[in-house]
Write a protein that binds this ligand. Structure first.
Ligand SMILES: C[S@@+](CC[C@H](N)C(=O)[O-])C[C@H]1O[C@@H](n2cnc3c(N)ncnc32)[C@H](O)[C@@H]1O
Length: 287
């Protein structure tokens, strides 16, 4: 193979990877009503961020990166905190805006469409930066994570807190058979009323640390009939999540000039061990 050919192949592979990352950052957040429906029973994190904000935010604004539909944002606004809610997806911000208006918190939340690596705030202007529910797993290179942490440090007041949670990489799960369907669940779509079956599988790219999750939505079989995945799914959603290992977090946080206060599991304040799903991190901007 000539050098030119191998360069061309490399370029095509890189372009395909970039496209997959782009789709994997947006696909899952196009149907914001479905997103809310799928994660309605996730409440431990809401309780944890509310308590942290009560104890550490003072009266200063809280900046939420990847605020989504406002699952956490609106509860913090309800507790009396002023918020800046940043997200790159208009569909998610639209739902956040409707939810805030319905609950009469709209005045307390400034919505910003933007990227987590360029924060729309003055230096030392916020008391807390939060990135709940795996938002940072959409930054696919360590350089992007470092930029985000540096930006958080810049906008935090001295003594201010950066808090986030990301999945704890589970190597056994990551290497599962990429074809077999998992988490097969029947449900009714919250807006269309369609009777569907949800299922997933995934491929882990060891080179980039990105897990490419495929979420399938298929027509539900008649009651009592088993589900057999059709050749072509009714809808396929791609979700790209970069795995972030604990030592990476410690390293990047330190490089950004933040002090790591705690790195614990599952919103329970316990040390990381097998079976834990979320790494929950609190860092402080030193005075
Ligand atoms: C899993 S959702 C979390 C939403 C919300 N914080 C929650 O806890 O339900 C991740 C959010 O991050 C947003 N996001 C992903 N990459 C982003 C980026 N680079 N900059 C800003 N927002 C981003 C997505 O659009 C999505 O709304």
């Amino acid at each position: 193979m000539s050098t030119r050919d191998s360069g061309g192949t490399r370029d095509r592979r890189a372009a395909k990877h970039e496209r997959l990352l782009e789709v994997g950052t947006s696909d899952h957040y196009e149907d914001a009503a479905l997103y809310d429906f799928e994660y309605a029973d996730r409440t431990d994190d809401v309780r944890w961020y509310r308590r942290l904000a009560r104890e550490r935010a003072g009266g200063s604004p809280i900046l939420e990166l990847g605020a989504g539909t406002g699952r956490i944002t609106c509860r913090l606004a309800q507790d009396g905190h002023p918020l800046i809610a940043l997200d790159r997806m208009q569909a998610m911000l639209d739902v956040l805006s409707q939810r805030a208006a319905k609950k009469k918190f709209a005045h307390a939340i400034k919505l910003v469409r933007g990227e987590m690596v360029a924060l729309p705030c003055e230096d030392a202007s916020v008391g807390m930066v939060i990135v709940p529910f795996n938002g940072l797993m959409h930054l696919y290179r360590w350089e992007d994570l470092l930029t985000c942490f540096r930006e958080a440090r810049r906008v935090l007041q001295p003594g201010g807190v950066l808090a986030f949670d990301v999945e704890l990489p589970d190597l056994e799960w990551l290497m599962w058979d990429p074809v077999e369907r998992h988490a097969i669940t029947r449900f009714v779509h919250p807006t269309s009323g369609a009777k569907l079956v949800y299922s997933t599988n995934h491929t882990y790219d060891l080179q980039t640390q990105v897990c490419h999750v495929r979420i399938y939505y298929d027509d539900a079989p008649k009651a009592g009939q088993p589900f057999a995945p059709p050749k072509t799914p009714r809808k396929l959603v791609h979700l790209a999540h970069r795995q972030i290992f604990p030592e990476e977090i410690r390293n990047l946080v330190a490089q950004a000039g933040l002090t790591l206060e705690s790195l614990t599991g599952d919103f329970l304040g316990i040390s990381l061990r097998r079976g834990i799903q979320s790494q929950v991190v609190v860092c402080v901007r030193p005075d």
